[in-house]
Structures are given as C-alpha cells and as structure tokens.
Write a protein that binds this ligand. Structure first.
Ligand code: COA
Length: 435
C-alpha cells in the first residue's frame, strides 16, 4: 500500500482516535509546544471512558486540563518536569514526579523504564515521501512515536517543517487533521538585576564560543550583551525569540563550531510565531532528538561550549538546587546537568549558573539564593563537583578547581549585601578563619 493510501486509511476524527486509549495505559504527550491540543481536548471530553490513564510529559504549557482535581479518577499525571499546570497536583498528591535527565528520556522509553503504551504527538503534513516533521518538539516525542503500541498524531499545517529527525506515516496508527495555532510564549520585560547578570555572563563568552541558553529574563539579558561578539554558535536544547534577535544581528554564524557547523542545533522550540516561521524549512536550524543534542558525550566535543542555566539555591560548597523549594517540586532538572557536564568536558568550556542574589516575594520579603545550607529536603541538581561558575548581579564566582574555603569566599563575594554578615559568620565557624 502506498503511504498516501495508508494515510487515508488511518484518517479519523479526534473523538474516534482517543477511544483507542485504554484504562491503565501509560500515555506520552508531545513535549511543550508540540502538545496536540485537539487530541488532548478530545481525550479530556472523553474522560468518563477511562480509569487511571497515566499521562507523561516534560514541560507542559498547554494548561494540563487532565490534571484538574475532578479528573483524578480518570488521569494521573506522572511529570518529568513539574511545570506550572501540574505543580499543584504533585504537591497535593494527585500527580507524580519522576526525576530524570532530559537526554536519557528516549533511552528510558526504549528500555521500558518509562512505560509508553500510547503516544500523542503533533506533526506537519507528510512530504512527498510520507515523512512528517515533529516541528517544534523532537526531544523524546520522536522516541515515544517510535516505541508506543498506539500512536495518535494531530497533523497540523501550522507546525513548522524543521530539518533533522523525522517520523513517517508508517509510524502512526490514527491520524487526525487539525489546523490549530501553536502555543506562543512572548518574551517578558528584562529587569535591571537581570541586565546586570546578563552583562557578567556575557563577559565570560569569548568570540567563536558555542552557546546553550534557555528561555526567560536572564538568557534574554545575556543576549542583550552579546551584540558585539563574533561568530557565536548555538548547540542548545532550545532556542527562543532572544536567540533569533542575536542571529538577525549577524552574531550567530556557527562557523567555528566543531560539528553541525553553521547550524543552530536544538531539540525543541518555544517562543512566538516569528520563531516558528523562522525555523520553517530553514537549513540553518537543525532539530534533533534529545539523546543527541543533550548527551554530554556529544556536547563535550563542541569546542568552547558555554552553558547558562539558573537555580533556586546555591550553598557555600557550590551545591546547586534548581528544581525544588525544599521538598516542593518546582520544575525538573531538564537539560541543566546534561549541559553542565558536557560543557565542563568541552575544551575551553564554561558552565555558568546565573541567578539573582535574592528572590523577592510578593510581600517584599527578600530570600537569599546563596545560603549556608540548602533547605531541608531539597534535591541537589548540579553537584558541587560539576559546578563551574556562579554569577549574580554582583559578579562572577569561579568554583571549578577551588577548595571549599575558596568557593565559600567567592560565593559570599557575589551574595546580596544584606546577608553577607550572616554568611561571613558561617565562614568563620566552618573554616576557623576570618573571611
Ligand atoms: N527560596 C524560596 N523561594 C524561591 C527561591 C528560594 N531560594 N528561589 C526562587 N524561589 C521562588 C520564587 O520566589 C518564585 O516564586 P513565585 O512563583 O511565588 O513568584 C519561584 O520560586 C520561581 O522563581 P524565579 O526566580 O522566578 O524562577 P525562574 O522562573 O527564573 O526559574 C528555575 C528558575 C531554577 C526554577 C528554572 O531555571 C529551572 O527550572 N531550572 C531547572 C531546569 C533547567 O535549568 N533547565 C535548563 C535547560 S531546560
């Protein structure tokens, strides 16, 4: 049968497709912007038919209607990155959280350690050979499509056709056509503190470096200060609109990357329609699976890698907590450790943890992010052995190769002035020395 006939045979409505999800199934949802909205809506509308369907996903920006309290009998979220829409469900015990590195998710699916009975993904219409692009989300979504017993796709002509790893009509069981706008994330306003952090981070970036940057005020601020650099490259798990602005200035050429030269390597995209349009059929954007983009053994081969990630707390030994506030799961490790490790192993690599010195609560209370001890129950995301540079608005603390005493001193140097006395007392107690 030709792929065209096969496509027609598999075509059905969203309501028909989701009837093939069975109670007790483990279902992987396309990651982030790749969430197939029409399929999720049909599944939630059909909730009465299911009991205890396990929903696995990494970053969720689709609202997570299946995580609502009234859905508890039908769906149980097992998140691998506790995003805003599922965080409360985890805290209240209605959902689970499974810790894992982003790069290992495809392997865990392949090996059955993360069970995947059903995959629901969003793809482009097929090309002349029957191949579809996963567009904004290749990451683990590709492996879920390859491994699941039942594969339901939403074919959406608004998904950008990105070059890299593709799936085929042969891989699908049920095909639903739905032309729906993609979820967009608009860049926020960059604060003055973020600008100062961005400027210090940019000081660490040399010409011809290859960058990993995420989304948010700090990465956007870093990019503001990179305008005068030359021939930067991108090897990142994602790019956002901030990267696009830097590319448009001619700063990102990728000419001196060790491999995947002159291409921005990503595993997912998150931003506005402008970014998605930019990535569409653009040979300068290479969208590969996360076990390639984020594998430390791949990243380390990139000359002069620079990774920039954020954190919730850093203690005086340099232990980094990035995903929980005490025991409360706030996010996940994502690609942080993948890139910190790969970058530290790269020749000339610099792995940066960039944080504001304090977090300011709604009532105006300031909480220092540099602390003598991490909060009770908080998991260490990046270990003290892996940490390289910590940056705040007050400067840069180099930690690699530094003794515990030197680390503490360097971190206190960049802490908020309001906590320096307290940290100095701890230093004196711990090291029997004056700061
Ligand atoms: N103590 C108590 N609360 C803290 C805190 C601390 N030390 N640090 C942050 N918080 C609170 C903030 O007050 C804020 O609370 P609110 O939601 O009530 O306003 C919340 O945590 C988020 O803080 P914010 O500074 O706005 O975080 P962010 O959006 O910049 O994200 C991380 C920071 C660390 C959570 C985020 O970068 C992350 O998830 N990192 C891990 C994964 C990763 O690095 N991925 C990179 C590649 S995917």
């Amino acid at each position: 049968m030709s792929w065209r006939d096969d496509y027609k045979r598999k075509l059905c409505t969203a309501e028909e497709a989701v009837r093939h999800i069975k109670s007790g199934d483990a279902l992987f949802l396309g990651h982030c912007v790749g969430e197939p909205k029409a399929l999720v809506e049909a599944m939630v509308a059909n909730a009465e038919q299911y009991e205890n369907v396990e929903i696995k996903q990494m970053v969720n920006i689709g609202g997570g209607p299946y995580a609502a309290p009234e859905m508890a009998k039908h769906f149980r979220v097992n998140s691998i990155f506790a995003g805003a829409s599922v965080r409360d469900a985890i805290v209240e015990g209605r959902a689970d959280f499974t810790p894992c590195f982003f790069h290992e998710v495809p392997k865990l699916i392949r090996e059955g350690k993360l069970r995947c009975d059903v995959a629901m993904a969003q793809v482009t219409p097929p090309d002349s050979e029957g191949y579809c692009s996963l567009g904004t989300s290749i990451d683990y979504t590709y492996q879920a499509v390859k491994s699941a017993k039942t594969v339901i796709v939403q074919v959406n002509d608004q998904v950008p056709n990105t070059f890299g790893d593709k799936v085929h009509v042969d891989d699908f069981d049920y095909i639903v056509e739905a032309s729906v706008p993609l979820i967009e994330l608009k860049p926020g306003k960059i604060t003055e503190v973020e600008e100062r952090i961005g400027s210090h981070c940019a000081d660490l970036v040399e010409d011809r470096s290859t960058l990993q940057l995420g989304i948010g005020g700090i990465p956007d601020a870093v990019m503001l200060f990179l305008g005068h650099k030359k021939d930067l490259g991108i090897h990142s798990e994602m790019i956002s609109d901030g990267t696009l602005a830097l590319y448009e200035k001619g700063v990102i050429t990728g000419k001196y990357k060790s491999f995947d030269k002159e291409k921005m390597l990503v595993t997912f995209l998150m931003g506005t329609k402008k970014l998605y349009d930019f990535a569409h059929e653009n040979p300068e954007v290479l969208a590969r699976t996360v076990d390639y983009t984020n594998h430390p053994a791949v990243i380390m081969k990139q000359y002069k890698m620079v990774s920039i990630n954020s954190a919730i707390q850093v203690d005086l030994q340099g232990q980094v907590v990035s995903e929980a506030i005490g025991l409360r799961q706030f996010s996940g490790v994502g690609g942080q450790v993948d890139f910190v490790r790969g970058t530290s192993m790269s020749d000339g690599g610099k792995a940066i943890i960039a944080i504001p010195s304090v977090t300011v609560k709604k009532d105006g209370t300031m909480i220092s992010k540099i602390v003598p001890f991490v909060d009770q129950g908080a998991p260490i995301t990046t270990s003290r052995n892996d940490v390289d540079y910590v940056v705040t608005e007050f400067g840069i603390a180099p930690l690699k190769g530094k003794s515990l005493r030197e680390r503490a001193r360097n971190l206190i140097d960049i802490a908020h002035p309001s906590v320096k006395d307290e940290l100095a007392l701890e230093f004196e107690k711990r090291f029997h020395a004056v700061l």
